[in-house]
Design a protein around this ligand. Structure first.
Ligand code: ASP
Length: 294
């Protein structure tokens, strides 16, 4: 009889220059517990990833869901994606407004449609059709003057994007992420998070990866899929993650962090930013949550 796999979950709350707060650390530990509970009950990795991320989106402590950043016109537009390593099904939403759980909308795209990515107000309407919780913050639209905006714009990495990867008892891995984008961004800007292969990727033949950091560099190197390709060729998770982050720094001047898990349960949390709020749990002792990883 095939031995069941030991469930494992990893979560992150963004990578950047700021150290996480105590409240964020506690919330990440809660998210690990919520995700692991799904796995413990023989739930799918996809479900575990969604429930961990939903908890982080609802907390208001991270740049996702309730706590999402605003674009330069004063509006919160959010991105999320999720992928199942068993059959490569993926779902994503980009530039979506007014919902609390973009990750749930992304999972509905995966489950209910033949598409991968829905964007803008139509993605919001799709989510509301399936009763994804609405969320309206009091936001004042700022009048747009592109000359002023382009002068003001300094692309800086956001803080507090959230993500998760998980391995379930059947040996399936999954990855997801949810964000309000970066600190300063033009209206309509979309980062790596909803782009499959860039911010998120999962394939039972290689690995599941969830990225955080300045999305523009991550997109240019299609990092999530590139890390998976290296694992497929036999490289270990930490070595593959470090190699791609080295390329990110040296080739496009980017900064990022990532979670990686393989179907055999090998994993890595790696960043080239001063801090990365992240943790992992396999159900024994307590969840491990730290701000600095190898
Ligand atoms: N990757 C996200 C984006 O570029 C931001 C982040 O992870 O901090 O939208």
């Amino acid at each position: 009889m095939k031995r069941p796999f030991s469930p494992l979950i990893l979560v992150h709350g963004g990578a950047g220059k700021r150290r996480m707060t105590r409240m964020q650390a506690d919330c990440l530990a809660e998210a690990l517990a919520a995700g692991h509970e799904v796995l413990r009950r023989d739930g799918a990795a996809l479900m575990a990833v969604e429930s961990s991320i939903q908890l982080l989106e609802a907390s208001g402590l991270f740049n996702a869901g309730r706590g999402a950043n605003r674009q330069l016109d004063g509006v919160q537009r959010m991105d999320a994606s999720i992928m199942d390593g068993a059959d490569l099904r993926a779902g994503a939403v980009a530039s979506v407004e007014g919902i609390l759980h973009p990750i749930a909308a992304a999972k509905l795209v995966l489950e209910k449609t033949d598409h991968v990515l829905l964007v803008g107000p139509s993605a919001g309407r799709f989510a509301r059709h399936f009763n994804v919780l609405r969320y309206r913050s009091s936001q004042k639209r700022v009048r747009m003057d592109y000359t002023a905006l382009l002068n003001r714009r300094r692309t800086r990495s956001g803080h507090g994007t959230v993500g998760a990867v998980a391995l379930d008892r059947s040996g399936t891995i999954s990855a997801g992420a949810s964000t309000g984008g970066i600190d300063t961004m033009l209206p309509g800007r979309v980062g790596d998070t909803p782009l499959i292969g860039c911010g998120v990727y999962a394939d039972n033949r290689s690995a599941a990866v969830s990225m955080t950091g300045l999305g523009e560099g991550i997109i240019r190197l299609a990092i999530a899929k590139s890390v998976c390709d290296r694992l497929r060729m036999g490289t270990g998770p930490e070595k593959a993650a470090k190699a791609l982050l080295h390329e990110l720094v040296t080739r496009v001047g980017g900064r990022a962090g990532m979670l990686v898990v393989s179907p055999s349960g090998q994993f890595a949390l790696v960043h080239v930013t001063p801090y990365m709020a992240a943790g992992w749990w396999n159900g024994t002792n307590r969840p491990t949550v730290k701000a600095v990883w190898p």
